[in-house]
Design a protein around this ligand. Structure first.
Ligand code: GAL
Length: 972
């Protein structure tokens, strides 16, 4: 039971090595020939064709890191330690290793809940009217996590690092009873150098985390708890620092180079000299450049190695072909590889031009972007890696080429996906503050993310009221300076919402002016600042309820005809038109790609989520998806039609039909008759109002007189059966994979019923349903559990396979409907290694030892109340040196864990030196007659509260005596 070693990881590492990854779909559907990617509710065929193979796993960049996502114990609510009632207790409480309450090593967490990460405890909460509106009316509160870890004795002397990818929100972390981190942000990693705290062998290490999610950093749903991965790594004494490889290609006059800087860190005793080797591996696996450099690394300090890899004619990274190379950096010591990182990198140039916008590889690329919060139906912020990728691919299918991580550092896997998918990223910092703590967060972000080809902009803030003040300028100047010092290749922006024309404003100290809204000011700004590049950093803020076509303020419903928008924003079409028509505006970032919990706008309670998304909370497309597809997709014909065509009772009444296309001409047909025809307006689309007649409505798109695409809706009958549609028919049996599965109802002819709103119930074998949703921002149904009502025809479950092989079988039932069954293949993919679980045992580490006594003491001998000096503090495993013979008393007080208190257990001493007798609460329970070092075990009697354990040892003077090894109590 030790930390899984890196060789276990090599299998998955090998899978992730290939640098050049195909831009072919990873998760998403291939288009059905007849309707393109028409998921916007086509009556006949709304569902994409599932993919029948697994996506290539994300690259393993650091094979020394082992996931620590399993085996956590969670307690919701705070735990106050008992008050300190004596001077001596106070004295002891502030000593290293002596944390109290739930942070204490021996705290009894036996009634805590076992959880796996990622974990967002807020997503389990009900919606409560009095809870914070911005956070989606979900109580967040305070929570605790604990995890025990055993470290192989072979790891002694190695550098051991624990990393929390992100903790929402304010966190305190203890290791073995010592505070190791205070972190006041939910968006940056928390890294702990475990080395000086670590214990090896049988003794367990206890990690405790208190998370205060009452703290808020945003005005959106932020989740709560350990919602990103946790990693444990061990490295050689001289090793590559975390985020210690900077290798971001540059194009210079003489061609392409990869300047590589490697930061090394050392815990070795003396100063070291290390050799760093860097190899550049092309997408085909060929080493195309390599070099070596030496570095001096002082003891307990850092050193850097620098080298340059010239590369002739590399394949470029682009939105269409996101070609990745691997920068393989090895640290060599005595001819052996002591450490290694494999960093995916891409060759591309970027620049923002004040007149012509953004250039990628010297070609103009309009940023067709969306803003994202990390949030999904059912799982909240704890989005499995695969689902992050699936969400991004939905965006890519819409012609989106850029995302903004609003308003915080993204989960790192999001950037890995963006690198692979060819999505450009505006990478945003959370806290606008140049104080040291926040400077560190900003610098951490740049260091972590500066190798990603996808990242093209750093944003130091979003909408700060100080943006037009001297203090604001002073702050941005510093923050931009620190960013540039770490990365001189990407421009710095700030997402401003005003002050653009103030004489003092932060735009003067950033490279690209970011406009949030204020689209009417683009031209004037450009005229007054002709040399300043600008981009929309945020726009739109339009409202749509998926599948609804009439605004109803009473029922909190927003029409999908793209007519509703915030006063500060614009409709999808209106906002994009202003950007599209201005070559000097680099592009836009729609608020938002997906709906998110919280910030319910324009309606509040009982509404709990936003209406801004192009896709809803589940990633089901709204009409906005087709609006953007028509405007953004260039390489394939698009035609889409809204609304659906099932309006019982509305026969003969006028109905507005919207057709969106990127072709030249569209023809609208109702039941075979042409009812409309137009030259395509890609940006604004087309609308006709027709009397509703059941049947088939169809839009046909033409280019050069030839039909290039067609979309249709049919009037469907009553729902008779349920249907389950996965994104993939195969899943990895690794307990990590996840996918969204759509539930819908079909009529007697198997056609999607877009107006079904009925409750569905589920069962699953071979996996777990980790969340459910339906995209209705007004629904208060729980997002955990085995049921969900369809909302305007659709619901979703997020499925995570169990470990192992065989089929995953999912069934969906609804009253009066034929149930659906779905079988998915669960593949025996090697799971990523996880830190081994540890059985619940209590280590008794801390003992008091009496001075040497000439005669055998009585079992009730104890130190005086405030004696911190006469009796020594000793740690189990630290023997008393051999010296003259004599008696000693070892004494401690233990409150056993619940199971032991209730049913009794066993106490075990790994090794005691000398003759010994063991007493519990004054009763003799065992004796050891052989003076040579050896084990002793005894029953531990049941009983509540504090228990006094006394070990009387007689050392013979020739051997080490006392507590030579670990002591532990375990349940029976
Ligand atoms: C912006 C803000 C976003 C979101 C949006 C809603 O001002 O940057 O975070 O609140 O408004 O329209």
């Amino acid at each position: 039971m030790t930390v899984a070693r890196r060789d276990l990881l090599l299998g998955s590492a090998a899978l992730g090595l290939a640098g050049g990854l195909s831009p072919a779909p990873l998760f998403a559907a291939r288009a059905r020939p007849t309707d393109g990617l028409s998921m916007g509710g086509a009556g006949a065929l709304p569902m994409p064709v599932p993919l029948d193979h697994m996506p290539t796993p994300l690259p393993v960049q650091d094979a020394a890191r082992v996931l620590m996502d399993r085996g956590w114990l969670f307690h919701e609510g705070d735990i106050e330690p008992a008050p300190l009632d004596t001077h001596n207790a106070t004295y002891l409480s502030v000593k290293a290793g002596n944390a109290r309450g739930a942070a204490a090593v021996d705290y009894d967490d036996s009634d805590w809940q076992a959880v796996d990460l990622p974990h967002d405890w807020a997503s389990f909460q009900p919606f409560v009217k009095t809870a914070n509106v911005a956070q989606g009316y979900r109580p967040r509160g305070i929570g605790w996590y604990r995890r025990s870890v055993r470290l192989d004795p072979a790891l002694q002397g190695r550098r051991i690092e624990l990393e929390f990818g992100g903790i929402a929100t304010n966190a305190t972390v203890w290791v073995n009873g010592s505070v190791v981190a205070h972190n006041f942000s939910g968006y940056n990693a928390v890294r702990v150098d475990l080395t000086p705290f670590a214990r090896f062998g049988d003794e367990v290490n206890v990690v405790a985390v208190r998370v205060d999610a009452e703290a808020m950093e945003g005005w959106w749903y932020e989740g709560a708890g350990l919602y990103r991965h946790v990693w444990l790594a061990d490295y050689a004494p001289v090793s590559i620092a975390t985020d210690g490889v900077h290798g971001d290609p540059r194009k210079r006059a003489d061609g392409w180079h990869v300047p590589v800087t490697v930061t090394l860190t050392s815990i070795a005793d003396g100063d070291s000299t290390a050799m760093v080797e860097a190899r550049l591996i092309d997408p085909q696996g060929q080493v195309v450049a390599q070099g070596r450099a030496q570095a001096q690394v002082p003891s307990l300090d850092q050193g850097t190695a620098q080298l340059d890899l010239p590369v002739a004619d590399p394949q470029l990274w682009s939105v269409e072909r996101p070609t990745l190379y691997t920068l393989d950096v090895r640290l060599l010591r005595d001819g052996q590889v002591a450490d290694e990182r494999r960093v995916p990198i891409g060759f591309r140039t970027i620049r923002f031009d004040a007149d012509r916008g953004f250039f990628l590889n010297e070609r103009p690329v309009k940023l067709k972007g969306v803003c994202l919060h990390q949030d999904h139906a059912g799982v909240g912020t704890a989005i499995p890696d695969a689902l992050i990728g699936w969400r991004l691919e939905r965006l890519k299918a819409m012609g989106c080429n850029a995302v903004r991580s609003s308003h915080n550092a993204p989960t790192p896997e999001l950037l890995d996906w963006c690198d692979r998918l060819g999505l450009l990223v505006m990478n945003e910092n959370r806290q606008f503050n140049p104080a040291p703590e926040y400077r560190a967060q900003l610098e951490w972000l740049v260091r972590r993310d500066r190798n990603h080809p996808s990242v093209i902009l750093w944003s130091v803030f979003n909408e700060e009221p100080m943006q037009g003040t001297p203090a604001g300028v002073a702050m941005v100047r510093r923050m931009a300076h620190w960013v540039r010092a770490l990365d001189d290749s990407r421009p710095v922006t700030a997402a401003m919402n005003g002050a653009f024309f103030d004489p003092v404003n932060v735009a003067h100290v950033v490279d690209v002016t970011g406009f949030n809204y204020y689209q009417g000011d683009y031209d004037r700004y450009h005229q007054l600042n002709p040399a300043k590049p600008i981009t929309s950093s945020e726009d739109t803020s339009a409202f749509m309820t998926r599948g609804a076509f009439e605004t109803d303020p009473v029922r909190h419903i927003a029409s999908s005809y793209d007519v509703e928008a915030a006063s500060w924003g614009d409709t999808h079409r209106g906002a994009w038109k202003k950007i599209a028509e201005r070559p000097y505006v680099a592009g836009g970032f729609v608020w938002t790609g997906f709906d998110y919990h919280g910030e319910p706008t324009p309606y509040e309670w009982p509404t709990i989520a936003s209406f801004f998304g192009i896709l809803d909370l589940c990633g089901f497309p709204k009409v906005a998806f087709d609006i953007h597809r028509a405007a953004w997709v260039d390489d394939q014909p698009v035609v889409a039609i809204a609304p659906h065509w099932s309006w019982p009772g509305r026969e003969g009444q006028p109905i507005k039909v919207m057709v969106l296309s990127n072709a030249e001409r569209v023809v609208l047909r109702l039941n075979g008759k042409t009812v409309g025809e137009a030259a395509v307006d890609r940006l604004m689309g087309h609308e006709w109002t027709l009397p509703y007649a059941p049947g088939r409505i169809e839009a046909i798109a033409y280019r050069g007189g030839r039909e290039v695409a067609r979309a249709a809706h049919e009037t469907v009958g009553a729902p008779v059966a349920l249907r389950l549609t996965p994104a993939r028919t195969v899943m990895a049996g690794d307990r990590e994979d996840a996918q969204a599965i759509t539930i819908d109802a079909v009529d007697a002819r198997g056609r999607h019923v877009p107006i079904a709103n009925l409750m569905t119930r589920f069962t699953i074998e071979g996996g777990a349903i980790i969340g459910v949703g339906n995209g209705d921002p007004n629904s208060h149904e729980p997002e955990k559990g085995l049921q969900r009502s369809l909302f305007n025809g659709l619901a979703q479950m997020i499925v995570r396979p169990d470990g192992g092989r065989g089929r995953i079988v999912i069934r969906a039932m609804a009253d009066g409907l034929k149930p659906a069954m779905l079988k998915l293949d669960r593949l025996g993919v090697p799971a990523r290694a996880q830190v081994a679980l540890v059985a619940p045992e209590t280590d008794i580490r801390d003992w008091r030892r009496s001075p040497r006594l000439d005669t055998r003491p009585s079992a009730d001998l104890a130190p005086a109340a405030s004696d911190n000096n006469g009796w020594a503090f000793v740690h189990a495993g630290t023997p008393t040196p051999a010296e003259e013979a004599g008696w000693r008393m070892y004494r401690t007080v233990l409150t056993p864990r619940r199971a032991v208190a209730a049913r009794g257990g066993e106490i075990g001493f790994a090794a005691i030196g000398g003759v010994a007798s063991l007493w519990i609460d004054g009763q003799l329970v065992a004796e050891k007659r052989d003076p040579r070092p050896g084990p002793l075990t005894a029953p531990f009697p049941a009983g509540e509260g504090k228990r006094v354990i006394a070990l009387i040892v007689a050392g013979l003077g020739n051997n080490e005596s006392g507590l030579i090894g670990r002591v532990m109590v375990r349940p029976r």
